[in-house]
Design a protein around this ligand. Structure first.
Ligand SMILES: *[C@@H]1O[C@H](CO)[C@@H](O)[C@H](O)[C@H]1NC(C)=O
Ligand SMILES: *[C@@H]1O[C@H](CO)[C@@H](O)[C@H](O)[C@H]1NC(C)=O
Ligand SMILES: *[C@@H]1O[C@H](CO)[C@@H](O)[C@H](O)[C@H]1NC(C)=O
Ligand SMILES: *[C@@H]1O[C@H](CO)[C@@H](O)[C@H](O)[C@H]1NC(C)=O
Length: 364
């Protein structure tokens, strides 16, 4: 994928609707976003090891994108979710560095954008708005969040590094949520009745945006889920590539909880919240996927079309790069097979401050 360098400018800190208000909050925000580059080598090695682990699975003929990931589908139910053991060999990472034959394979597989990743990810990941579609309760603990949503198979490999130690952060909960292929969030199917004919705002920070669709369906949970980082600080998800909706660049939301409790029904209740952010995809890739089914059926395709990354409303894409543009919030995507339709795997590393508790102004 083409590297996309965002033009650095004097970027506003955060301009979303739940922005920090008091001086203390603004200072906390600035401190969080000013973290230095000292984790660079750790992050580079971390991401490279994860990429090698994936390559190893492909090269050694391990069932990567079929049996290992295919959810078993009970009659009449939603797909059952594969466990971590089913998804990944327990020794995947060790195997990539210890076995001799593996090392030979690895030697042939230079991770070409390692340097880029080092330079882009070893900073604190900027905190940006969680937006109106988060559900404070009801996100299931699971790796496969797709349920029956139709779309392009996408694995997300999300690494978490604690910027206090420069080490991968195990045992934290990565909670993600995203729109489906035609731009809807689970639970929010329709606009409020009096806003059915609303036109997107013209100009201003909210340019292109409609009012948030209210939550009217409390049972839907698709494309929402949380998973604990493993001993290597990685949480992997199976999903579909998200679709776009009015005013927003294609994105995936993420929160990181350092404490939480599991509910009897398989969902969790969040405790300490260390991070709230959004991740993006290369604009070129978005444009290609727009041509695929069912993304072509996006209801706004012929009216307003997709929002390009640099036109994202509320400055969220810009803000997600941090105040000096040091963070790259764009997934590094790789094809899983020979052609794009076979799916994608995306890597991103988040630098979070595990001691930080982002509570006050980010919670609705
Ligand atoms: C990171 O980028 C800066 C500025 O472009 C450059 O001076 C530095 O050498 C880079 N560091 C690495 C590890 O690539
Ligand atoms: C699951 O349990 C939590 C906590 O008791 C509750 O808030 C949530 O609504 C429940 N979700 C479902 C789908 O029953
Ligand atoms: C996305 O969700 C909306 C709302 O539930 C639904 O109408 C639409 O069919 C879904 N898109 C696809 C591609 O299934
Ligand atoms: C991490 O968070 C703690 C607690 O809020 C704070 O004291 C510390 O300065 C933060 N570290 C960085 C690098 O921002």
């Amino acid at each position: 994928m083409l590297a996309f360098l965002f033009p650095l400018a004097a970027l506003a800190i955060v301009s979303a609707h739940q922005e920090p208000k008091t001086d203390a909050e603004i200072e906390t925000q600035r401190a969080l976003q000013r973290a230095a580059y000292y984790c660079a080598p750790a992050v580079g090695e971390f991401t490279a090891a994860r990429k090698r682990a994936w390559q190893q699975q492909v090269l050694s003929g391990l069932p990567l994108n079929q049996a290992a990931f295919a959810p078993s589908i009970p009659s009449g139910g939603i797909p059952a979710l594969p466990t971590d053991d089913e998804l990944f060999d327990s020794e995947t990472y060790e195997a990539t560095s210890t076995s001799k034959s593996n090392q030979e394979i690895l030697a042939c597989n230079v991770v070409e954008d390692e340097t880029e990743i080092q330079n882009n990810t070893c900073v604190l990941t900027p905190i940006v708005t969680e937006g109106p579609y988060y559900h404070n309760s009801g996100h299931p603990i699971r790796q496969n969040i797709a349920e029956y949503q139709i779309g392009l198979l996408t694995y997300l490999d999300i690494g978490v590094i604690d910027i206090n130690t420069c080490k991968p952060l195990p045992n934290v909960l990565v909670d993600i949520w995203q729109a489906n292929a035609t731009g809807h969030y689970a639970g929010h199917p329709d606009p409020a009745p009096h806003l059915v004919n609303e036109k997107p705002q013209v100009g201003g920070k909210r340019a292109g945006l409609l009012s948030a669709f209210p939550r009217t369906n409390y049972h839907e949970q698709w494309l929402r889920g949380a998973w604990e980082t493993d001993s290597h600080g990685v949480a992997r998800f199976t999903t579909i590539f998200p679709g776009y909706y009015t005013g927003r660049a294609t994105h995936v939301h993420a929160k990181v909880f350092t404490s939480w409790s599991e509910n009897k029904n398989g969902t969790f209740t969040g405790g300490k919240l260390a991070h709230v952010g959004q991740f993006f995809f290369e604009d070129d890739l978005n444009m290609q996927i727009d041509k695929m089914f069912p993304y072509v059926e996006n209801p706004i395709r012929d009216i307003r079309g997709r929002t390009r990354n640099w036109r994202d409303s509320l400055n969220i894409f810009e803000d997600s790069h941090g105040p000096e543009g040091e963070y790259d919030p764009i997934f590094k995507m790789h094809l899983l097979g020979g052609v794009i339709n076979q799916g994608l795997v995306g890597f991103i590393t988040m630098g979070v401050n595990a001691s930080h508790e982002a509570d006050n102004w980010w919670k609705p």
